[in-house]
Design a binder for this molecule. Structure first.
Ligand SMILES: Cc1ncc(C[n+]2csc(CCOP(=O)(O)OP(=O)(O)O)c2C)c(N)n1
Ligand SMILES: [Mg+2]
Length: 652
């Protein structure tokens, strides 16, 4: 190990971070200064990667869970040759810069995921390690390991305090993810001051209790860190937590070790003093020894990747069928499934129809994996032929996430980001609130995770207001790039799964009923295509409609019956599977379905919010209060949410 060179790499991380943050007049120097040595040894000595091929499927993954320390990552991506230039670093935190405030997936090669919302990086790293173990079990042959990489994460005190890291560390310990290695930057400082203000538990003992191997060392000991990582790798049955004692902002003469260096530029005076003390001769200084060190690494990295490629080619030649499957897994495209067929009049809950479609999709797409947060039956997401994923059966595809909704969604993001797999996860719609921060990241990162959210309205009945979603559709629709689909019957549920699987640039929420719906005849003969605009005409009228009645999900059935109960008026009924998708269409498309100038009425068993664009407030039948416990139809009656009430509006 070339300690002198690694010292220069560390120095360069500090130099670039201090200057970029000072120039932007914004950012977090505490972590990059405090953990520079880990960065140097990690990118220089420990990661099996090749910056000349950032998409190499078997590269080690690194997740900077403490995303506020983004300059740590950008400095290393620059030095190791990932394509971030010095100019990019000089535009840190400016619009369009790959060096965004927090690492953003897709902004530059080498950024494995978006981080910043603390704790989720650890959780996504767990997901990546799950994906690695699944793919290894599915593809490695007795002779060849084509999937064999480690997943590393760097977490701070904040990540360790957040619940989502606990949820997922618990599951990772249970699953025995031996190739997951998390470094804990234990500097005992966060924004408000010392961690003794609120965080005095024994983190190491907690992780041991989760079933992790816990190792301890110093942030400033290159050889020590490398030998701890060797120990972590040697433990193949447990994930490892490497607790590294550190000093936040190390190198800032008066501010190091204080919360003052966590998230503000050093200031001109402190910066100048730091440069003198550290021996940094100029602005945006890159030590020539650091550059030379990484230059010399290039050949080594290339060799490692080519060795993998040779093994992959040999494996491909010996296992042509597996190779075909590998290519399908990595194509990023779903294979169309033979969806279940329903007949008009079939009575089926949309969750149940969804289960049939899920099974069909899983059959067509062997890379579809996922599960539910302990609601396999209620969410209707079992896939009997897929097998259960466990430490003993890593080729299984159904994940029992346990009652950890947020962790489940973040792990699903990690699985999806890893590549090679499609992820779905499931819970009750009302508990989408528990996973929302990860769902938001799916949308922000354009990850096509499928969220199965059942028990979608007050019609669930007896469980009462704690379990009856009211505001959830509105709140999900507010998330940009999330597609919310609320299918109305069995047929639409099957198509909704197809729409979710076709999506490549963002997540889909399938919002499904517990109660039965009845498959209705569709007036639009091309409804399956029209559905993909977000809405289609379910019931047509001759000539010009007096009223266009918009409904979603189970309320389409209610709308059809109410429309039939108002014989004096010509009422067109529209099933709007996705309001935001429909709203994103050109006016030409929308006007065909909802002609301008026609009176519109809306019916949805949820908050009115957002429907005001489509109808006058008095023409919206919605639920704008918490529900009640009681049988579903009685609750609906109690709340005045009935076919008769809708008919009364239509008849006005
Ligand atoms: C979920 C979430 N809550 C709050 C924040 C705001 N925040 C950013 S950094 C930070 C403190 C983190 O402390 P620590 O992880 O110890 O980092 P260090 O100060 O040691 O760099 C907080 C509260 C956030 N980014 N994410
Ligand atoms: Mg800290």
């Amino acid at each position: 190990m070339n300690i002198k060179a690694l010292e220069k790499v560390s120095l360069t991380i500090r130099a670039l971070s201090m200057d970029a943050i000072q120039k932007a007049n914004s950012g977090h120097p505490g972590l990059p200064l405090g953990a520079a040595e880990l960065g140097a040894v990690l990118y220089g000595e420990l990661l099996r990667h090749d910056p000349s091929d950032p998409a190499w499927t078997d590269r080690d993954r690194f997740v900077l869970s403490a995303g506020h320390g983004s300059m740590f990552l950008y400095s290393l991506l620059h030095l190791s040759g990932y394509g971030i230039t010095l100019e990019d670093i000089k535009t840190f935190r400016q619009i369009g810069s790959p060096c965004a405030g927090h690492p953003e997936y897709g902004m530059a090669p080498g950024i494995e995921t978006t981080t910043g919302p603390l704790g989720q990086g650890v959780a996504m790293a767990v997901g990546m390690a799950v994906a690695e173990s699944m793919l290894a079990a599915r593809f490695n042959s007795p002779k060849h390991s084509v999937v064999h990489h480690y997943t590393y994460a760097l977490a701070g005190d904040g990540c360790m305090q957040e619940g989502v890291s606990s949820e997922t560390a618990s599951l990772a310990g249970h699953l025995g993810l031996g190739k997951l290695i998390v470094f804990y930057d234990s500097n005992k400082i966060s924004i408000d001051g010392g961690t003794e203000l609120s965080f005095t538990e024994n983190v190491a003992a907690r992780y041991e209790a989760y079933g992790w191997q816990v190792l301890k060392g110093s942030m400033y000991d290159f050889e020590g860190i490398a030998s701890l990582v060797a120990k972590a790798k040697a433990e193949t049955k447990k994930p490892s937590l490497i607790v590294l004692e550190s000093i936040i902002g190390k190198g800032a003469p008066t501010k190091q070790g204080t919360s003052g260096v966590h998230g503000s530029p050093l200031g001109a005076e402190e910066l100048a003093a730091a440069k003198v003390a550290l021996g940094i001769p100029s602005d945006f200084y890159v030590a020539p020894e650091a550059t030379a060190y990484f230059e010399a690494k290039r050949a080594e990295w290339k060799k490692a990747r080519e060795a993998w490629r040779a093994e992959f080619d040999a494996w491909s030649a010996e296992n042509p069928d597996k190779r075909k499957e590998w290519d399908a897994f990595h194509s990023g495209k779903a294979v169309p499934a033979a969806l279940p067929v329903f007949a008009v009049g079939d009575k089926i809950a949309t969750r149940t129809a969804s289960n049939k479609a899920l099974i069909a999709e899983a059959k067509a797409n062997a890379n579809l994996v996922g599960g539910s947060a302990d609601l396999q039956g209620p969410n209707a997401v079992s896939i009997p032929e897929a097998g259960i994923y466990s430490r003993a059966t890593p080729a299984g595809r159904y994940i029992h996430f346990g009652i950890r909704e947020f962790g489940m969604a973040a792990i699903s993001n990690g699985i999806q980001l890893h590549g090679g797999l499609r992820a779905f996860c499931a819970t009750f719609l009302v508990f989408a609130d528990y996973l929302r921060p990860a769902l938001r990241l799916s949308a922000l990162m354009k990850q096509a995770v499928v969220y199965v959210l059942t028990h979608d309205s007050i019609f669930i009945g007896e469980d009462g207001p704690t379990h009856q979603p009211v505001e959830h559709l509105a709140s999900l629709r507010a998330i940009p790039n999330l597609r919310v689909l609320r299918p109305a019957d069995g047929e639409e549920s099957a198509e909704a799964w197809a729409m979710a699987m076709e999506r490549t640039d963002g997540p889909t929420a399938l919002v499904l009923t517990r109660q039965n719906t009845t498959v209705f005849p569709k007036a639009d003969p091309d409804w399956k295509n029209t559905l993909r605009t977000g809405a289609y005409v379910a019931k047509q009228v001759e000539g010009k409609a007096d009223i266009v009645l918009l409904a979603t999900g189970s309320e389409v059935g209610l709308a059809l019956s109410a429309a039939a109960a108002v014989p004096g008026k010509k009422i067109r009924v529209v099933s709007m599977i996705s309001r935001e998708l429909f709203e994103s269409q050109d006016a030409k498309v929308r006007d065909l379905i909802v002609p301008p100038g026609t009176r519109t009425v809306v019916c949805e068993a949820g908050s009115r919010m957002g429907w005001e664009r489509w109808a006058k407030v008095e023409d919206i039948l919605s639920v704008d209060r918490f529900g009640e416990s009681g049988p579903g139809d009685k609750v609906a009656e109690h709340l005045g949410f009935t076919s008769a009430a809708l008919a009364a509006i239509l008849g006005r």
